[in-house]
Ligand binder design. Structure first.
Ligand code: NAG
Ligand code: NAG
Length: 254
């Protein structure tokens, strides 16, 4: 039943099929999303098809998942978007100058599922477009902590939502997450799990954020196709990569 989030169809397809996470349950829409998630970006094909999420981490760089397979020249980043159907003046569209995939990313088990995108030109920081704060290397979020994930993830039944969706879900301990996924899927140090209790179990799009107390702690990576209530979703653990992120950004910004 495992259906790797954002799917290998995306990875292997030349035309870039949209990432797909299954339905998002218990979504809270609303006006507050308009300004609450100014770091959320939509990664799109050059024809404007959304396929992954990501976050703005400074005015030149986007954090996303390695398995989104973003490519220079084929894909672009849209910032300040909220309602994909509206012609919104807050939106900034950027091409990508460089994609840096974590060298330890494994397509086999999805460990180290993280990538950095350097934009071709810096974004303008506004109330609708501003960077997220990243969890520090020493951050350790207790299980049960309620966090929020956001995205334009598609639903199982059809089109992706126009309005940015958000879902609240608890952090799940690695031990519990391992018990759920069993020996077939390895939960590594580079992963953090959330969801799997109650009804708020689904993620936003691959590459998008898991945010706890206004710090990004996770990057949407993989889970089940049907967002079962008892299935914890798996995120790349930002604290594990914080050093790599900082080093890579500074090395490639000079
Ligand atoms: C990749 O993994 C190896 C072995 O765990 C580690 O020593 C190295 O620092 C990692 N590289 C990066 C860029 O994280
Ligand atoms: C994941 O796969 C890589 C090879 O792609 C391997 O080096 C690594 O040990 C695997 N990690 C786990 C925890 O199975």
């Amino acid at each position: 039943m495992l259906w790797i989030i954002s799917c290998f169809a995306l990875v292997t397809s030349a035309v870039g099929i949209p990432a797909y996470l299954g339905p998002i349950h218990n979504i809270v829409n609303g006006g507050n999303s308009l300004s609450a998630w100014p770091w959320q970006v939509s990664i799109q094909t050059s024809r404007g098809v959304h396929f992954c999420g990501g976050t703005l981490i400074n005015n030149n760089w986007i954090l996303t998942a390695a398995h989104c397979s973003v490519r220079v020249g084929y894909h672009r980043v849209v910032l300040g978007e909220f309602d994909r159907g509206s012609d919104d003046k807050a939106v900034q569209i950027k091409t990508i100058a460089k994609v840096i995939v974590n060298p330890n990313f494994s397509k086999k088990n999805f460990s180290n599922d993280v990538a950095l995108l350097r934009l071709s030109s810096p974004v303008q920081i506004t109330t609708r477009v501003s960077p997220v704060k990243l969890a520090s290397s020493s951050t350790n979020i207790p299980s049960g902590t309620l966090c929020v994930t956001t995205g334009w993830g598609r639903t199982a039944t059809g089109q992706g939502p126009r309005i940015l969706q958000e879902a609240t879900l608890p952090i799940v301990s690695t031990a519990e997450c391992m018990r759920y996924w069993g020996p077939t899927r390895s939960i590594t140090d580079s992963m953090i799990c959330a969801g799997g209790s109650g009804s708020s179990t689904c993620q936003g799009d691959s590459g998008g954020p898991l945010v706890c107390d206004s710090y990004q702690v996770g990057i949407v990576s993989w889970g089940t196709n049907d967002c079962r209530d008892n299935a914890p979703g798996v995120y790349s653990r930002v604290s594990f990569f914080r050093q790599w992120i900082d080093d890579t950004v500074s090395y490639n910004s000079a």
